[in-house]
Write a protein that binds this ligand. Structure first.
Ligand code: CP
Ligand code: NVA
Length: 306
């Protein structure tokens, strides 16, 4: 069987993604009732390459491998030969000889694709400048746990048309929901990604209008990793795009607020938004662990009906 990678949400079918969400919820329940007794990854190793910082992604992948009875290797580009110019394709071939899967957080999505093309073991995108698909597994899982199926619902993205926004657009395609992307002029998502999603995704520029009757509201930092120098300009350009409790009051009564974190209180969200009961970001962050377990299991062992 050909090696499966997870570089974007489009690498899996809608049916496979829905399976992953169900499986993640089932794995989470099993962990709660029985403890970490399910150990399908005895002696299996995940290499984790980080070229950018991380808290949630690193801890969730490393814990997932430990609880599954396997092992995770943290490889920072600074301390490996990657940082000294060894070609990524050579690194991919070498790691394929030794480990069972590779997780990468990097800048260039093309670089990730080049790595995956040379790898004979599954490669997982743990964030590039263009996409963050693992976060969307946890986000859709969180919605599903709390509200049921997301099909036909209306989600609103407020903020930058960035990697998270692109993955929300792909999620709207794959899970079949409506997405309103509300961003300042000049910060729209990539046109090709948007066009491929068709009528499910619309672009707006007025946050007050965008959140009207929404089932789900989400946002992200205004300056992503690698854009630190643009911070001041972006803070000015995004004025009026801060998500507040009053904004959520305009949404549906049972609206949920998600944020991939880390959050900047007082910038993209009000200082108290994460204390509002409509914000479910801690459950969302915790679900990274369970969603990634389901993903790793699927890529290494295939589908396990439950
Ligand atoms: N949401 C997310 O990916 O967090 P980290 O950057 O901490 O991994
Ligand atoms: N858009 C953010 C997401 C962090 C999880 C970034 O790329 O920095």
């Amino acid at each position: 069987m050909a090696t499966r990678h997870f570089l974007t949400l489009l690498d899996l079918s809608s049916d496979e993604l829905s399976y992953l969400i169900r499986r993640a919820i089932s794995i989470k329940n099993g962990l709660k009732t029985q403890g970490p007794t399910y150990t399908p990854f005895s002696n299996r190793t995940l290499a984790m390459i980080f070229e950018k910082s991380s808290t949630r992604t690193r801890v969730s992948f490393e814990t997932a491998m430990a609880q599954f009875g396997g092992h995770a290797l943290f490889l920072s580009s600074r301390d490996t030969q990657l940082g000294r110019g060894e070609p990524i394709e050579d690194t991919a071939r070498v790691l394929s000889e030794m480990v069972d899967a590779v997780m990468i957080r990097t800048f260039s999505h093309q670089g990730l694709e080049a790595f995956a093309a040379a790898s004979s073991v599954p490669v997982i995108n743990a964030l590039t400048d263009d996409y963050h698909p693992c976060q969307l597994l946890a986000d859709v899982m969180t919605w599903t746990e709390l509200r049921g199926h997301i099909r036909g619902k209306t989600a609103v993205w407020i903020g930058d048309g960035n990697n998270m926004c692109h993955s929300w657009i792909n999620a709207a395609r794959q899970f079949d929901f409506q997405l309103r992307v509300c961003c300042p002029e000049g910060y729209e998502p990539r046109q090709d990604i948007l066009a491929a999603a068709g009528e499910r995704v619309s672009i707006l520029h007025d946050p007050q209008q965008a959140v009207e009757d929404a089932d789900l509201v989400t946002t992200d930092v205004w300056a992503s990793m690698g854009q630190e120098e643009e911070q001041a300009k972006r803070a000015a350009d995004f004025s009026g795009f801060q998500v507040t409790e009053a904004m959520l009051d305009r949404a549906a009564k049972d609206v949920l607020f998600l944020h991939c974190l880390p959050a900047h209180r007082g910038e993209e969200i009000s200082t108290t938004l994460l204390d509002d009961p409509r914000a479910v970001v801690w459950q969302e962050a915790g679900n990274r662990l369970h969603a990634q377990k389901a993903l790793l299991e699927f890529l290494l062992l295939g589908r396990i009906e439950s």
